[in-house]
Design a protein around this ligand. Structure first.
Ligand code: SF4
Ligand code: SF4
Length: 86
């Protein structure tokens, strides 16, 4: 059972329609959607069903180190909410 899930913060720029983060997700859980607050820009969204919480899309590693993932540090991991049906 997964214990964490990814979420996208307000730092997401949508990468001009060419999101870097998506290549790091092995589950196809990252989707580019319309940013309704900043039309016509877009932002990334995590599919909570597909995300396994693997952390491959997250740029922040242990002790604040930088690792691969979103170059804008816009994706974080959070404790999974059991309410999503697990
Ligand atoms: S999460 Fe990061 S890499 Fe992905 S679209 Fe947003 S800014 Fe770009
Ligand atoms: S934590 Fe893993 S499965 Fe979830 S969105 Fe990021 S790369 Fe994809």
């Amino acid at each position: 059972m997964r214990t964490k899930i990814a979420f996208v913060t307000e730092r997401c720029t949508g990468c001009g329609g060419a999101p870097v983060c998506r290549v790091y997700c092995p589950c196809g859980a990252l989707r580019l959607v319309d940013d309704i607050d900043h039309f016509p820009f877009k932002r990334m969204q995590v599919d909570p069903v597909l995300c396994t919480g693997c952390g491959s899309c997250v740029a922040r590693g242990p002790n604040g180190s930088r690792i691969f993932g979103c170059p804008w540090d816009a994706i974080r991991l959070t404790a999974v909410q059991e309410a999503v049906g697990e």
